[in-house]
Design a protein around this ligand. Structure first.
Ligand code: SF4
Ligand code: SF4
Length: 336
């Protein structure tokens, strides 16, 4: 297996930058997100644990133009934005966020095919970085993941201290690694070091949940309003836990109209908001407890009913970023 030393990452990303727009973990006003690489800074290798804004924002942007329209005597003329065929490479995505993209692929690609998401997705190569320093809010190992899971990336970089092993996972990844110059072969000692680093990271994920029969357990207490009122009591309906969840995908659609021309765009929405899904009348979940119940049941009950898998990766964002310390793992542990 090839390897690369940490000091050569700039050269590698520069080489890939000739073919791709390279996106890396970055900070904007102190908030971690995936953004275009500036061509020189690899400081994220020191500070990066995971981004606040998940990688889904690079494929399903918070605000996205769908089309513009113009009205004349003959009716409406629509123009869809030009689809950029430019290839992108996300360097450093964590296994949990790559696994979330696999869940979004099913939502936006099975049955209904979402052209906006799919056009970005098919032109994006995912290069994962094993997680060595998970947060105490992480619980990926309870959901079939690990801090070094290569399942959903094209290439996986595994930390060996002063560099990385490069594991080409998909055909796209194998092709790219084969075309990449200046890669040394890893030694047995490098392999051993990578295994040690992975085992150490795995053991740092100490938060656990028991998902046995979770959908049935949720269904059994679904109508227990008193229970859900207690669960929801401290929530302030800010929507952070859903906006920043890598597997949440709800969006609202709005038209911005000036005289006879306008733009239709979509933007992230959250089932935590009282104004969510107003439909022709009111939000059917006016009480806060119904909205909190929806969030939990969507991840652990409804998505599994539709797709046969839990729609939570255990990334822990909804725990560490909630302003009132609401905790989904406690909610799941305390089902009646
Ligand atoms: S982040 Fe916390 S307070 Fe905000 S909606 Fe989610 S659970 Fe409620
Ligand atoms: S529900 Fe929470 S822990 Fe699960 S994927 Fe979403 S933000 Fe991460």
């Amino acid at each position: 297996m090839p390897k690369i030393s940490q000091k050569d990452i700039v050269k590698l990303l520069s080489q890939w930058g000739k073919e791709f727009t390279v996106l890396v973990p970055s900070k904007e006003s102190g908030v971690g997100k995936i953004a275009a690489w500036d061509g020189k800074d690899t400081g994220f290798l020191e500070w990066y644990r995971n981004t606040v804004i998940p990688a889904k924002a690079s494929l399903f942007p918070p605000v996205e133009e769908m089309f513009t329209f113009q009205k004349d005597k003959a009716g409406y003329k629509l123009e869809t934005p030009a689809v950029s065929g430019h290839k992108r490479l996300i360097f450093g995505i964590r296994p949990c966020d790559a696994s979330a993209l696999a869940m979004l692929d099913r939502v936006f690609g099975e049955g209904y095919e979402d052209p906006y998401y799919l056009s970005l997705r098919k032109n994006t190569v995912l290069v994962g970085l094993t997680c060595t320093n998970p947060y105490d809010s992480c619980f990926c190992t309870s959901l079939g993941g690990t801090p070094s899971d290569p399942a959903n990336v094209d290439i996986m970089f595994s930390d060996i201290g002063d560099g990385f092993l490069i594991d080409a996972v998909s055909e796209t990844g194998r092709d790219l690694v084969a075309r990449t110059g200046r890669l040394e072969e890893a030694t047995r000692a490098d392999d051993k070091k990578a295994q040690e680093v992975k085992a150490a990271a795995y053991s740092k994920v100490t938060r656990k949940i028991d998902t046995t029969g979770i959908s049935d357990r949720l269904l059994a207490c679904f109508e227990n309003g008193e229970h859900w009122e207690r669960v929801a009591s401290r929530c302030i309906s800010c929507g952070i836990c859903t906006f920043l969840c890598p597997t949440c995908y709800c969006f609202d659609i709005n038209d911005e109209l000036i005289k006879k021309q306008g733009t239709r765009f979509r933007s992230w929405d959250s089932c935590a908001f009282p104004v969510y899904t107003k439909m022709p009348m009111e939000n059917p979940r006016l009480e806060k407890w119904r909205r909190v119940r929806q969030k939990v049941c969507h991840k652990y009950g409804f998505y599994p009913m539709n797709f046969g898998a839990i729609a939570c990766t255990g990334c822990g964002r909804c725990i560490r970023l909630c302003p009132v310390n609401w905790d989904i793992t406690q909610t799941l542990a305390n089902l009646p």
